[in-house]
Design a protein around this ligand. Sequence first.
Ligand SMILES: C[S@@+](CC[C@H](N)C(=O)[O-])C[C@H]1O[C@@H](n2cnc3c(N)ncnc32)[C@H](O)[C@@H]1O
Length: 240
Amino acid sequence: MAIYKTGKVVAAMLQDDTSLLNPFEKALLAFLKRLMSYKKSAVERWLYGQRVTLEMSKRGIDKFLVLGAGVPTSGHVHQLLPEAKVLYVDKDPEVVQLGREIIGDNPKVRYIKGDIIKLRDSVLPEASDFLGPNPKAGIIFIGSSYFIPDDALKEVFSSLYDWSAPGSLLSLSAGIRNPNVPLPPSFKILVFIYALTGNKTYPRTAEQLKALAQPWKVEQTEVIIDYGEHSKLYGYLLSK
Ligand SMILES: C[S@@+](CC[C@H](N)C(=O)[O-])C[C@H]1O[C@@H](n2cnc3c(N)ncnc32)[C@H](O)[C@@H]1O
């Protein structure tokens, strides 16, 4: 069992509220704030998630599947769109438990424990049960695609494509590497910290990601954060 949870640390950073953190998580948060623009990354990624959620809503989507959701605070999907049906998924039982406490007794929102790597068998049946079979869905896959190995990620995209109806939109964030420029030490430390929680990271080039995402069509791409020559965090909006 990891002594810290990435999803909790990210939520604490977004809210400037460390009350849910254990002492080790508090120390880690202080360290990350000094290490690099980690807070800026978390905030910019969060704001990107809010922009695409609103964009999906404008395009008539009112059913959402949120993968690797973390702790649903600070204007997460069900707070932004109170009329929408939202299924949050995370593999971390403590994060799921916290999420359920935040959601409370809301029949339009459900938080389940599930592994993105086993999406087709372990998540999509419950998603169909809650959001309906073959829904026109908004799929939010922000802050977690880089924890999924290539073969599994390809299967994630393909199973979501099979499951959802035409008109569905999928948004993800992805750290895109320039393979010719080495990572600075601060990034290597971050990769190590993630690895300690069992969240090994898989850096990719834009071409590799687009190949894995097929047959989803890339509609919009934007730079969420420019870390420098070595890598950028991109937001992708894909459509079926
Ligand atoms: C960096 S946090 C991001 C949280 C939130 N989506 C955001 O953008 O701030 C990554 C989350 O993904 C979850 N996660 C990582 N791998 C996962 C997997 N295979 N299945 C489900 N959740 C996963 C972690 O437990 C963690 O809560």
